[in-house]
Design a protein around this ligand. Structure first.
Ligand code: DON
Length: 583
């Protein structure tokens, strides 16, 4: 179906972190129906078609790295690892070796795999560490100080994926990233736009300013950014492997910096770190299998929402019609209430995954939706009753051998905590903010979460990262995912629904305006152009509050065209630095 012509808009005031919904969430009081000041850009981006392989990432040089690996005979896992390291250089806001992420894999032999390389809280962490002595959450503690830094997982995550399922050596996979760091890369205007979001923070830390400012001034388009410290760190990892990071000079440098900044990290935290391999979460929707991240990701909220809406004739009602919006938002409201109440690190809490994804549970929640009115979030609670428990980037890769990989990885905020350890040359995450700092108090994404996700020593925080693969009868249909904090779940799910429910091609699916609801705040987040004036009036009459936001997410998706069997992809115009390319 055709999607109405659309102007994607960026809130001028939200350049601090352009892909974040929370900027809008912090914009102040709701202004119903007021479209924020916007800067428009082109949605006539090129649809890319390929037969042998396709790579979609948030930075064009990283995409080229992935395509080269595939052309040289590497598989999708080789390419995912090479791209992961390359993005750590050329997309420094979000690509990382100081953060964490998830990898969802569909292998050519039919197996579906899931790797979690989520951060761990330091062993000295406590449930109240983000609060003052009066029990109030200290603003900024979880996002701007070393209390925000968890033990990074990316290096072990990428290296283990390569060892288990790749075909290249670590040195081969890391060589392009090392070259980009050592020789530098020419900054394009969109690269500079990302750096400019954080100039004032770079100036605060001399070791950061030495790299990300040019003699104290912001880098300009056309100039070449070299990262020699990062090149040395990457060379060390290429030579000595994972232990260089977790049991060697890099861990030592991070602990030293943490000590100097009143942080809690110790060498033991690094030595104890492990990644986890397991089954992805899988659910069915109209004959399609959705394969996505398992806890500590909350991607199952996508499955839960889709199971609630599955019986409704959404395609017949139409994309962004009053009924489709109503039932989608009510399903999300209920699924997010469950997410925020029950989910946490499976090593610490018993996640009621089977219960939440059962058809009985979906039916019960569906029955609680009223046909003509919004249910206030205050009337929706975690639906299992008391249940006692004993800035990010996404990339998608498909090779010509039948393997597909979806990776979402993160520093949490743009450039994470915006600090580096000594001369390591990479940013550290502030993913500790993804925990519940205090039950009932919203985090930076406005998520109001409970005890299941409270901070505990060695625990991993609940994440919204949802790297997703869609199959039909075991055959690849789509690889997708997005950054965007709590809105990742909606953005990823809408990219899937747009293709498998509304019959859009990949370009229409990505360009289409997005909406989001996360229980609290009790508002529909809506991109410009999502609702016509009439639809907005109808929704407000039904009891909805609408929060206009600049934009939601940055989908990197690859879709197999059902007619031609060819791979198709397109860069999300909300994030023009990215590129989809194949051959
Ligand atoms: O794991 C999570 O849910 C967050 N750390 C994701 C942060 C994010 O997407 C920020 N990106 N734009």
């Amino acid at each position: 179906m055709a999607v109405p012509a659309l102007t994607i808009a960026l809130v001028a005031g939200s350049l601090q972190s352009p892909v974040y919904a929370q900027d809008a969430a912090q914009d102040g009081p709701l202004q119903h129906g007021v479209v924020p000041r916007v800067q428009t850009y082109d949605t006539n981006q090129q649809l890319v078609t390929a037969t042998h392989g396709m790579v979609a990432t948030a930075q064009h040089l990283a995409t080229q790295v992935g395509v080269n690996v595939l052309k040289q005979g590497g598989n999708a896992i080789d390419a995912a690892v090479a791209v992961g390291y390359a993005l750590a250089v050329v997309d420094p806001c979000c690509g990382n070796i100081g953060g964490d992420g998830f990898m969802t894999i569909h292998l050519a032999d039919g197996r579906n795999l899931f790797e979690s390389f989520r951060i761990k809280a330091p062993l000295k962490a406590t449930p109240t560490m983000m609060q003052d002595s009066a029990g109030e959450v200290v603003k900024g503690r979880s996002t701007t100080t070393f209390y925000g830094v968890g033990v990074p997982g990316t290096v072990m995550g990428l290296n283990e994926a390569l060892e288990k399922y790749g075909t290249m050596t670590r040195q081969q996979a890391m060589a392009p990233a090392i070259k980009l760091a050592r020789d530098g890369y020419k900054l394009l205007p969109d690269d500079v736009r990302l750096l400019d979001t954080s100039t004032k923070y770079f100036a605060e830390f001399p070791n950061v300013a030495a790299i990300f400012l040019n003699h104290g001034q912001p880098w300009k388009a056309g100039e070449v950014l070299k990262q020699t410290a990062l090149a040395r760190t990457l060379e060390l990892i290429a030579k000595d492997g994972t232990s260089a990071f977790y049991d060697g000079p890099i861990a030592a440098a991070i602990v030293k910096e943490s000590d100097a900044n009143h942080g809690l990290l110790t060498l033991k935290d690094f030595q104890d770190y492990t990644v986890q391999w397991g089954e992805p979460v899988e659910c069915e929707y109209h004959g399609y299998t959705i394969v996505t991240a398992a806890p500590p990701s909350s991607a199952l909220t996508m499955c839960q929402t889709m199971q609630i809406i599955e019986p409704y004739p959404l395609a017949k009602w139409g994309y962004l019609s009053a009924q489709s919006v109503h039932y989608f938002i009510e399903a999300e409201r209920r699924a997010f209430a469950d997410r925020n109440t029950y989910l946490g690190d499976p090593a610490f809490v018993r996640n009621p995954v089977d219960k939440l994804l059962s058809s009985e549970h979906a039916a019960k929640l569906r029955a609680s939706i009223q046909a003509d009115r919004a249910t206030p979030s205050s009337e929706v609670k975690g639906s299992l009753g008391e249940f006692e428990s004993t800035n990010t980037t996404h990339y998608s890769i498909v090779d010509g051998k039948g393997n597909a990989v979806a990776v979402t990885y993160t520093l949490d905020g743009f450039f994470g905590v915006k600090q580096m350890a000594g001369d390591t040359g990479f940013f550290l995450n502030n993913d500790m903010d993804n925990f519940t700092s205090k039950p009932g108090v919203p985090n930076q994404f406005g998520l109001v979460q409970g005890k299941a996700n409270q901070i505990e020593p060695g625990k991993r925080p609940l994440s919204s990262m949802s790297p997703t693969i869609v199959l039909k009868d075991g055959k690849l249909v789509m690889v997708t995912g997005s950054p965007g904090g709590s809105t990742i779940i909606s953005t990823t799910m809408e990219s899937v629904l747009n293709v498998i429910e509304y019959g859009m091609n990949v370009k229409e699916a990505i360009n289409a305006p997005r909406i989001h609801m996360q229980w609290y705040p009790d508002e529909i987040f809506a991109e410009p152009g999502a609702f016509t004036a009439d639809l907005e009036k109808t929704l407000i009459t039904m009891g909805y509050k609408i929060r206009p936001v600049g934009h939601l997410g940055d989908v990197a998706a690859i879709v197999v065209n059902p007619k031609t069997g060819k791979l198709e992809s397109v860069n999300d115009p909300r994030y023009p630095a990215g590129l989809s390319a194949g051959y």
